[in-house]
Design a protein around this ligand. Structure first.
Ligand code: MSP
Length: 645
C-alpha cells in the first residue's frame, strides 16, 4: 500500500469575490499535491468553503436573498475559478453540506459531554468580518487587531470551550514537535503573543443570529463559525459519519496550509479541540505570508487587475501559477505588481523556457524534417548537461520537501538556462553546414529534446498545462512523464519526433500592456465609483450664493484621532491667519494622521462652528467620494491662506 499524504487549504469565505491572494494558498497546495502524487503518494487534497456566520447572514439580507441562495452563487464561482486554475483537489467541502453539519453537532456534543464545553455569559468585543472575539486588552486602538475594522460589544448567553485548560499541553506539544508550526518564527509568535499572556476560555456559540449549525441540545444557539470551520478537516474525510474509512486512512493531516493571520486558530484552538476529543494532531501547520499590493493589503476596491480570472484570461493559467510560486519565497510577504508579473513572463517564460521549446522544434524541423535520425555522436558539453539534469531532480525534491516552491523553480530554471547555454556552446547552425557533422548535430538536438523532456516532467506540479504542451510537442508517453523517469537521461527514442511552431508564451510589450491595464483599471474604478446625481437636474444656486462660501487653502499642522469617535480625526490647520483653526472631519476610515500632516487641504472657512464628539469644529475640509472610499482634495502647490474661488 502506498503512503498517504493529506494536504488542506483553508476553506474560503464565500462573502466576496476571491482575489489573487486567495489563489495563492490554493495554487501552492495544488503544486504540493501534484508533486506528492507524482512521487507515488496516495494523496488527499482538500479545499472548500466556510459558509456560516453573521457576515454571510448580513450580506444575504442586504441582497434580499436567503443565506443559502447567496452562498450557492458564490461557491459556484469559486469552483469555476479552481477549475480554471487547474486545481486538482480530491474533495470540496461546503460547511452547509448536511454530513458536515451533523458531524459538527456530534463533535460539539462530545465536547460538552466530556466537560470541555460549559454554559456561561459572553461579554466582549466581536469583529464581524473576521468572525473573531476579542478581549479589551487584545484590541488595537479600540479596533480589531487583525483587520483594523470596527468591533462591537456583544453580550449574550453562550457556551464556552475550556481552552485555558490546554495552554501547557499546547506548549509541550510545540516543543516536542518542532515541525508542527512552520515557519518556526510563527511558533514563537503564538507562544509570546497568545499563550504566555494567558489563554482564556473561548466563546463557542452565538444566539444573536441564526445562520449557523444549531446546537442540538440547546436550540437558539448556533456553533461558533471557527469551531464549525476547523472541524471540516476531519468531517470532509468522514469523521463522525457512518463510513469513516477515509478518516482512518488519511488522518492526521500531513499539512494544513494557511495564511499567517489564521495560524492562531490552527495552532491553538484546533489542536486544543483535537486534544479534547482525544484525536491525533495534524503533523504540520504552515503559515505562509501575504500577497500584498503596493500600498497595502488586497481589497475589492483595487479594480479588476487582481481578479484571478481576469489574470488567467490575459496571461494564461501557467503564467499566473508560475508567478505566484516563483516570485515570493513561501512564508514571507510579497508584493504583486503588474510590472513584476510582466517581467517574469517575458524573462523566464517567453525568453528562457518558451525560446528553448520553439528553437528546439525549429531546428529539428530545419535540419532533419521533424524527426531525428538514430545516428548519435556524443561530444563536448553532453556530460555536464546530463549531470545537471540529474542533480536538478534532487534539488527540486529538496526544496519541495521544505515547502520552498520558489527555490524549487529557481533550481529548475538553472537547468533551463544551462540547456539554452548548451545551444550556444554546441552551435548547431555551424554543425549544420558540414554534412559529416550530421551525427553530432543529431546528438546535440537529441540532448536538447531529452533535457526538455526532463524539464517538462519537473515542471508538471507547478504548471501542469504548460508541461502538457511541451509533452505533446515531444510526443511523450506516460512512462516518459513520470517523476522517476527524470533519474535517467536518455529515455526518449533515438529517432524522436518534435513539433515545431509551439509558442508557449508570447512576449508582452510591457509598455503597451501596462498602459492597457491602467486604462482597464480606471474604467473599472469609474464604473464602481459612487455616481453623483445627473448635474442637469440639480437645483441651481445664484453666483451670490456661492460667493457666500469662503474657501481657503490651509496646511495641516497637526492631526489626531478623536476619542470615542472612530470615524473622526481632529485636524489643526494653518489657514494663513495668526490663529490655528481646529476642524473635525469624518475621514478616519480612509486616512491616518501621518497621511495628512504637512499637506495643504481646502477648508470651508466661514462655516458656523459645530460641536462634534466634544471637539469644536471650525469649518470643514473638502473631499470626494470615489471607488476607493473618501479622498481628500489636496492643494500642496498653493500657499496656505490662498482664497479658492
Ligand atoms: N474561512 C477562513 C478559514 C477557515 S479554515 C478552517 C478564512 N477564509 S478567507 O477566505 O478569508 O481566507 C482563506 C485563505 O486565503 C487564508 O489562508 C488567507 O490567509 C488567504 N488569503 C487571503 N488573502 C490573501 C493574500 N492577499 N495573500 C495571501 N493569502 C491570502 O480565513
Amino acid at each position: 500500500m502506498s503512503q498517504t499524504f493529506y494536504i488542506t487549504t483553508p476553506i474560503y469565505y464565500p462573502s466576496d469575490k476571491l482575489h489573487i491572494g486567495h489563489s495563492y494558498t490554493t495554487v501552492a497546495a495544488d503544486a504540493m499535491a501534484r508533486y506528492k502524487r507524482m512521487q507515488g503518494y496516495d494523496v488527499m487534497f482538500l479545499t472548500g468553503t466556510d459558509e456560516h456566520g453573521q457576515k454571510i447572514e448580513t450580506k444575504a439580507k442586504e441582497k434580499g436573498v436567503t443565506p443559502k441562495e447567496y452562498v450557492d452563487e458564490i461557491v459556484a464561482g469559486i469552483k469555476q475559478l479552481w477549475q480554471r486554475m487547474n486545481i486538482s483537489n480530491d474533495r470540496f467541502i461546503r460547511t452547509t453540506d448536511s454530513y458536515h453539519e451533523k458531524a459538527v453537532q456530534t463533535i460539539f456534543k462530545q465536547l460538552y459531554e466530556r466537560g470541555d464545553i460549559y454554559k456561561g455569559r459572553y461579554e466582549g468585543h466581536y469583529c464581524t468580518p473576521c468572525e473573531a472575539f476579542w478581549t479589551e486588552t487584545q484590541l488595537k486602538d479600540g479596533r480589531c487587531p487583525d483587520c483594523g475594522g470596527e468591533v462591537h460589544l456583544a453580550e449574550e448567553e453562550a457556551y464556552f470551550f475550556r481552552l485555558s485548560r490546554y495552554a501547557d499541553r499546547l506548549v509541550e506539544y510545540y516543543e516536542a514537535h518542532p515541525d508542527f508550526i512552520q515557519p518556526v518564527s510563527r511558533k514563537n509568535e503564538m507562544i509570546q503573543n497568545f499563550i504566555k499572556p494567558g489563554l482564556e476560555d473561548l466563546c463557542v456559540s452565538r444566539t444573536s443570529f441564526t445562520w449557523g449549525i444549531p446546537v442540538t441540545f440547546d436550540p437558539g444557539h448556533v456553533v461558533y463559525v471557527w469551531v464549525d470551520a476547523l472541524s471540516n478537516y476531519i468531517t470532509a474525510i468522514g469523521y463522525g459519519s457512518e463510513d469513516d474509512s477515509d478518516y482512518q486512512k488519511y488522518w492526521p493531516a500531513d499539512v494544513h496550509l494557511v495564511g499567517k493571520e489564521i495560524v492562531r486558530f490552527h495552532t491553538i484552538i484546533w489542536p486544543a479541540m483535537l486534544m479534547a476529543l482525544d484525536l491525533p494532531l495534524p503533523r504540520q501547520v504552515y503559515g505562509h505570508g501575504w500577497l500584498l499590493l503596493q500600498g497595502g493589503k488586497m481589497s475589492k476596491s483595487k479594480g479588476n487587475v487582481v481578479d484571478p480570472m481576469v489574470l488567467c484570461d490575459r496571461y494564461g493559467v501557467g503564467a499566473i501559477r508560475y508567478f505566484l510560486l516563483r516570485e515570493i519565497p513561501f512564508g514571507a510577504d510579497g508584493v504583486f505588481t503588474n510590472e513584476a508579473l510582466i517581467h517574469r513572463i517575458n524573462a523566464d517564460l517567453a525568453n528562457d523556457l518558451g525560446n528553448l521549446v520553439s528553437r528546439t522544434g525549429a531546428m529539428v524541423h530545419k535540419y532533419f524534417g521533424g524527426r531525428l535520425p538514430a545516428a548519435q555522436q556524443p561530444g563536448e558539453f553532453d556530460d555536464s548537461l546530463e549531470a545537471l539534469a540529474a542533480e536538478t531532480r534532487q534539488a527540486v525534491e529538496k526544496a519541495m520537501d521544505a515547502m520552498q516552491f520558489s527555490a524549487a523553480l529557481t533550481e529548475l530554471w538553472k537547468l533551463i538556462s544551462r540547456t539554452n547555454k548548451y545551444i550556444d556552446e554546441t552551435a548547431p547552425w555551424v554543425l549544420a553546414k558540414s554534412p559529416e557533422a550530421a551525427p553530432r548535430l543529431a546528438d546535440v538536438l537529441y540532448h536538447l529534446c531529452e533535457s526538455l523532456r526532463i524539464i517538462s516532467v519537473l515542471l508538471t506540479p507547478f504548471m501542469p498545462d504548460t508541461a502538457d504542451r511541451i509533452a505533446m510537442a515531444l510526443h511523450l508517453t506516460d512512462e516518459q512523464r513520470t517523476w522517476q523517469s527524470c533519474a535517467a537521461f536518455g529515455l526518449l527514442p533515438k529517432d524522436c519526433a518534435v513539433e515545431q511552431g509551439v509558442l508557449l508564451f508570447p512576449r508582452i510589450d510591457a509598455e503597451k500592456e501596462l498602459a492597457a491595464l491602467e486604462e482597464a483599471e480606471q474604467k473599472a474604478k469609474a464604473a464602481a465609483a459612487p455616481k453623483a446625481e445627473n448635474t442637469a437636474t440639480l437645483a441651481r444656486i445664484a453666483l451670490e450664493d456661492f460667493a457666500k462660501v469662503e474657501l481657503r487653502v490651509a496646511k495641516v499642522t497637526a492631526c489626531q484621532p478623536v476619542k470615542r469617535a472612530k470615524k473622526l480625526l481632529q485636524l489643526t490647520l494653518d489657514d494663513g491667519s495668526a490663529t490655528p483653526r481646529t476642524v473635525a472631519s469624518g475621514i478616519a476610515p480612509w486616512y491616518t494622521p501621518e497621511q495628512l500632516v504637512g499637506h495643504n487641504v481646502l477648508v470651508v472657512a466661514n462655516l458656523k462652528p459645530a460641536l462634534l464628539c466634544g471637539v469644536e469644529s471650525q469649518g470643514m475640509i473638502l473631499a470626494a467620494d470615489s471607488a476607493d472610499g473618501v479622498r481628500v482634495i489636496f492643494a500642496d502647490d498653493v500657499a496656505p491662506g490662498s482664497k479658492v474661488r
